[in-house]
Design a binder for this molecule. Structure first.
Ligand SMILES: *Cc1c(COP(=O)(O)O)cnc(C)c1O
Length: 323
């Protein structure tokens, strides 16, 4: 086996670092969902996490390990929103400057929240410009350290704490399912699962419009695609990363896809039945289970609801079928 970028020990140490800062989010059940699927479903509610998504875990784990010189220079990143907010909050908590490069069409709620945490927002056109180039220019000019949204061992280890908490709370599972963009959450999840619930199947769910991870695992190499057009805006990554892909491949992760229509149905379910506002990307894993794309009958299944950041008006439009 090739040596992977993170081990379970990295996840466990990340958990100690973030313990005083990130919430230990609740695990919710739904007898309606259990009845409909014939399974026991455990929903890990990162919608109720600080900044409204799991990303504070990886961001804080990374920025808290900066050297004094890195703290002095500050942190920079690009993000469709949640990672930007997470870096801005982590930086604020640690007394470090933050610059967040965000797409022009990112949801306003995410832009405002990032600025609210004291982050400086620089905007770019995601269908025309490469955010990595914008970030590199500013990082070089200002001596800032770049922390990417997923392809970084300390980010991946931090995201793995979601699954660590879930297994600690509910015990071993037959299956754990998470949303999948660039694979930070899923690689951390797989790493935690292999240690805490070795027989557990691990599945990532990406938008149908952009199944680059599914293609990458089938082909055995990273496949790059154009920015997919989907309502799952936090999973519009164009490829897996150099660090995340090997973890997913070596740990035997499987990938399935769901459509935007299935995400909307799932958003409605959470609002109506569980009184939870879940953003489209946050519904990916649950949609794969609730629509029957995964065979879960008779199984104990962990499902990560990864985030809940969505403009209220946009939420209303989508659930009213005007999206
Ligand atoms: C970032 C994000 C994802 C995808 O995570 P990756 O680590 O990029 O795979 C899923 N859901 C939400 C809410 C996110 O913010």
């Amino acid at each position: 086996m090739t040596s992977l970028s993170i081990s379970y020990d990295d996840v466990a140490r990340a958990h100690e670092r973030i313990a005083a800062v990130a919430h230990r989010t609740p695990v919710m059940r739904s007898s309606t969902a259990d009845g409909r699927t014939g399974a026991q479903l455990f929903f890990k509610c990162e919608t109720l996490q600080r900044i409204g998504a799991f990303k504070i875990r990886g961001a804080y784990n990374a920025v808290s390990q900066f050297t004094p010189a890195q703290r002095e220079g500050g942190v920079i990143t690009f993000s469709s929103g949640n990672h930007g907010q997470a870096i801005a909050l982590a930086a604020k908590l640690l007394g470090v400057k933050a610059v967040i490069v965000m797409p022009k069409d990112a949801p306003e709620v995410k832009v405002a929240a990032t600025q609210g945490y004291g982050g400086e927002v620089v905007r770019y056109d995601r269908y025309a410009e490469d955010p990595a180039v914008v970030v590199k220019r500013i990082a070089d000019e200002r001596g800032m350290t770049f922390i990417p949204p997923f392809d970084h061992p300390r980010v991946m280890a931090g995201q793995g704490t979601v699954a660590k908490e879930l297994f600690e709370e509910v015990g071993e599972l037959d299956l754990i399912v998470t949303p999948l963009g660039g694979g930070g959450l899923l690689s951390g999840t797989a790493t935690a699962a292999r240690s805490l619930s070795p027989r557990c199947d691990i599945v990532g769910v990406e938008p149908e419009a952009g199944n680059d991870a599914q293609q990458s695992l089938a082909k055995g190499e990273i496949v790059r695609i154009e920015t997919p057009r989907t309502i799952a805006d936090a999973a519009q990554s164009r490829s897996l990363g150099q660090h995340t892909f090997p973890v997913l491949r070596e740990l035997g992760v499987r990938v399935v896809t769901v459509s935007d229509a299935e995400l909307v149905e799932t958003m409605k379910f959470f609002a109506a039945r569980m009184k939870l506002v879940v953003e489209p990307t946050g519904c990916l894993a649950a949609a794969a289970v609730l629509t029957g794309k995964l065979d879960v009958r008779g199984k104990r299944v962990g499902i990560v609801l990864s985030g809940g950041n969505i403009d209220l008006e946009r939420f209303a439009q989508l659930v009213a079928g005007q999206g």
